[in-house]
Design a protein around this ligand. Structure first.
Ligand code: S3P
Length: 436
């Protein structure tokens, strides 16, 4: 049995909404809070399955954590060397961020640890983190094809290194920097294009010096983290479904409250604006080192565009929803330079192309992107392949569909967006859920 969304066609989105907390920041708050000296209180924590997996991992390593209770989590930090060996393999569910960042944090610990995941995580590439960690002196074993489980052998002394990262990945960058906290000397990561910088910002917030110059971030091992409170903004990646939903449906107007608008995350805003969306950023402010704003979106006519490649890493999780926007736009939208989409929770190029074609949309997958000609969206059943963002994107597509859309295998929406269906329903989407 798994969760199925049934979404009625048409309608509009209305209202002022707050989507749940940022997944990336929530993961990092548990990791740094656990290793800090003192008590960290987190507000706005995302109580999704991915973040709960991270929280449970640190509990299993002896960290006392209270909550979550309505987004509040209190972490009693154990210091850089206070973690204890977990009794069992650490289960990280669907959470790629968790396993990759933890690989960096576990490699220098004194104990062994094995990290496992669900069916999707068990297929995802880990050599991108195990190779550079091995160069630093760590010992990590994966399956032959580089997929999890990751078995980390403890008690290894790491050496700092300057890593020229081959792909634009914040998970890889963060993994190496976190390992660098324990390494001898300086660890630097140079990225080929800007990626989300929540790790660097949060480390600085916890009093750890991070030197950023151009595309390189460096730190020196052997320091300590000092606890501080964290206010997690709403996740722009979750807000995206409502931004796209409102943009594609005439007469819609939504305000998304308290959304994180870190410049390394706002590709979706830039791309929607290029497509002609009516979108304004209001009440800009800064909360705990992260910029935050309310985002107002109104329904409008969208036009197809060539998506600038420099926006790709800044919108990497938003393409399933942006493909739906492209399907509703006039003319052709072309995405290139996005081969990373093939190794997310699902192959998001293939899975989105299959689903769009199923609904009668002219969508052609390419090795590194997609070509979509906007037009009518039909009706039918699409398979989400257990990918949360695919499920939520097709739910929003119903706003412009000619008939109902059924989406199968939607349980994993809870990994990043618990309460999605009821929030979407309150906003006007004709969504219902059943198991089947
Ligand atoms: C994340 C980085 C991105 C993103 C993921 C969260 C992070 O992955 O897709 O959802 O929190 O660092 P990559 O680093 O693999 O691009």
């Amino acid at each position: 049995m798994s969760l199925i969304f049934e979404v009625a066609p048409g309608g509009q989105l209305q209202g002022s909404l707050r989507v749940p907390g940022d997944k990336s920041i929530s993961h990092r708050s548990i990791m740094l809070g656990s290793l800090a000296e003192g008590t960290t209180v987190v507000e706005g924590f995302l109580e999704g399955e991915d973040n709960l997996a991270t929280l449970n991992a640190f509990r299993a390593m002896g960290v006392e954590i209270e909550g979550p209770d309505k987004g509040k989590v209190t972490i009693h930090g154990v210091g850089m060397h206070g973690l204890r060996a977990p009794a069992e393999p650490v289960y990280l569910g669907n959470a790629g961020t968790s396993i990759r960042l933890l690989a960096g944090l576990m490699a220098p610990q004194a104990f062994d640890v094995t990290m496992i995941g669900d069916e999707s995580l068990s297929k995802r590439p880990m050599r991108r983190v195990t190779d550079p960690l091995t160069s630093m002196g760590a010992v990590l074993l994966t399956e032959e094809d580089g997929s999890p489980p990751i078995r980390v052998q403890g008690g290894k002394k790491l050496k700092g290194m300057h890593y020229q990262m081959p792909m634009a990945s914040a998970q890889v960058k963060s993994c190496i920097l976190l390992a660098g906290l324990y390494a001898e000397g300086e660890t630097c990561v140079t990225e080929p294009a800007p990626t989300r910088d929540h790790t660097e910002r949060m480390l600085k917030g916890f009093g750890y010096e991070v030197r950023v110059a151009g595309s390189t971030a460096c730190l020196t091992g052997g320091g300590k983290l000092t606890a501080r409170d964290i206010d997690v903004p709403a996740d722009i990646s979750s807000a995206t479904f409502f931004m796209v939903g409102a943009a594609i449906s005439e007469g819609s107007e939504v305000i998304l409250q308290h959304v994180g608008i870190n410049p390394t995350r706002i590709g979706v805003i830039n791309i929607l604006r290029l497509m002609g969306a009516k979108l304004s950023i209001e009440n800009e402010r800064e909360v705990g080192g992260e910029p935050v704003a309310d985002i107002r979106v109104r329904g409008s006519r969208l036009k197809g565009i060539q998506i600038p490649e420099d926006q790709v890493p800044l919108a990497i999780d938003e393409f399933p929803a942006l493909f739906v926007a492209a399907a509703c736009a006039e003319g052709e939208t072309v995405l290139t330079g996005a081969e990373e989409l093939r190794v997310k929770e699902s192959d998001r190029i293939q899975v989105m192309a299959d689903g769009l074609q199923r609904l009668g949309v002219d969508a052609t997958p390419t090795p590194d992107g997609m070509i979509i000609r906007g037009g009518a969206i039909g009706s039918g059943t699409v398979e989400s392949h257990g990918d949360h963002r695919i499920a939520m994107s097709f739910a929003m597509a119903a706003l412009r569909a000619e008939g109902p859309i059924t989406i199968t295998n939607c349980d994993n929406v809870n990994t990043s967006f618990p309460g999605f269906a009821s929030l979407a329903m309150d906003a006007g989407l004709g969504i219902s859920q059943r198991s089947g």
